[in-house]
Design a protein around this ligand. Sequence first.
Ligand code: CO
Length: 162
Amino acid sequence: MAKRNIVKRGEDVLTKKCREVTVFDDKLWTLLDDMYETMKSANGVGLAAPQVGILRRVVVVDVGDANGKIELVNPVVVSMKGKQCELEGCLSVPDLWGYVVRPSKVKVKAFDRYGKEFQIEGEKLLAVALCHEIDHLNGIMFTDIAEELLTGSELEERKKGR
Ligand code: CO
């Protein structure tokens, strides 16, 4: 495994629509392993392939719950329920946080690293992470859809005020 560089907001690769994975080979496995290591070492809960410069529909998520590491290849949201608005950040946007409206529950269909289809359901933070990462595959950043964006110092002020 190797850590890869995380692409930052402003770079074209983050605004492009990613292509589907068609070959489930060792190149894909290396990408998944590298993405997980990169995400973990940056203390993230999710990472999408375009964030390491790869325009493929590949996502890793680990929100620290019982699911542990989740690898999603060609993920598709098949249903959503409810609404939540939580604070989000992104490893590609180190200086901004924002409140984003998301479904409170989602069901996602995807393939694992061997090409086997599975479904996963997530609520609360996992629902947020799944939606946030799948958005990346369509070139959508949380900063594009946030209700409100805050800088680090604005966020500190906000927390003190509460
Ligand atoms: Co992100």
